[in-house]
Design a protein around this ligand. Sequence first.
Ligand SMILES: NC(=O)c1ccc[n+]([C@@H]2O[C@H](COP(=O)([O-])OP(=O)(O)OC[C@H]3O[C@@H](n4cnc5c(N)ncnc54)[C@H](OP(=O)(O)O)[C@@H]3O)[C@@H](O)[C@H]2O)c1
Length: 273
Amino acid sequence: MTPDVLFSLPGKTALVTGGATGIGRMAAEGLVAAGARVLIASRKGEACEAIADELNALDLQGSAEGFAGDVSSEAGIDALVAEVKNRTETLDILMNNAGRTWGAPLGQFPFQGWGKVMDLNVAGLFQLTQSLLPMLIASGSIDDPSRVVNVGSVMGEVPMGDGAYSYSASKAAVLHLTKILAKELSGQAVTVNALAPGPFESKMTAFAMGNDDQRDKVGDDVPMKRVGRGEDIAGCMQFLCSRGGAYVTGAVIPVSGGINVSTGGNIFESALH
Ligand SMILES: NC(=O)c1ccc[n+]([C@@H]2O[C@H](COP(=O)([O-])OP(=O)(O)OC[C@H]3O[C@@H](n4cnc5c(N)ncnc54)[C@H](OP(=O)(O)O)[C@@H]3O)[C@@H](O)[C@H]2O)c1
């Protein structure tokens, strides 16, 4: 039961959507470091190839390859699934990480701020998972199930709009779908879990964490006093996808530095002091 056995992934093949940037890149590096072969796909195929080259140059135990894939339409998902099948006969890990957001104040939030967010974050995530299920089921066993890891958000766990109404609702849907799929697939050797991250530096959060000063301010508002880092995502992925996480399904991992349990002061505090 040594860590190298419990948390390593030699011989495993993973697909990480949106794996060239932000949280997806952090996850891809963690999986490659644990020994997996990681397929990285997003709309910008060249960016995925470049990140795969960067990861391969780190001389880690596993390997990476990048290519184009669009998770926001039926045709895009069909093409992505075909490309995955082209590259590998087996798929052990699917990380549904690709996501987008839309921000506008309450009272001005446009109708068009819903469709694109829900299509990618919810419908695309579900459809891609459904399309890859035959491969995942074929790879899994009772002792070593295949793994699906969905990227939700702490904003889907606690009532926090922050001007991103469709995004927060989409992430609540991701967490609910995670539990539904975990229930339906637990007898078929596939675990389904979710990450519910707090603030991490990425393209999506650059508008509020684009420089050190902004990042530190965001970190100060996190109960654990910092924003998330690559190791926080890599650690969760290595756990959920390895022998160590084989008996865990339907979980939402709150990788948010305590925002998920930050409910304000205690009820009787001001009356007693
Ligand atoms: N950063 C945070 O603080 C935070 C917190 C909680 C949850 N999250 C979630 O983490 C995930 C990753 O976001 P991020 O923060 O790392 O932001 P990011 O750097 O903007 O990553 C989003 C990724 O999704 C890809 N993508 C966008 N549309 C796509 C499409 N139609 N098909 C395939 N890939 C697509 C993008 O690549 P292309 O442009 O090349 O397609 C990009 O790599 C998202 O689900 C996000 O909601 C982030």
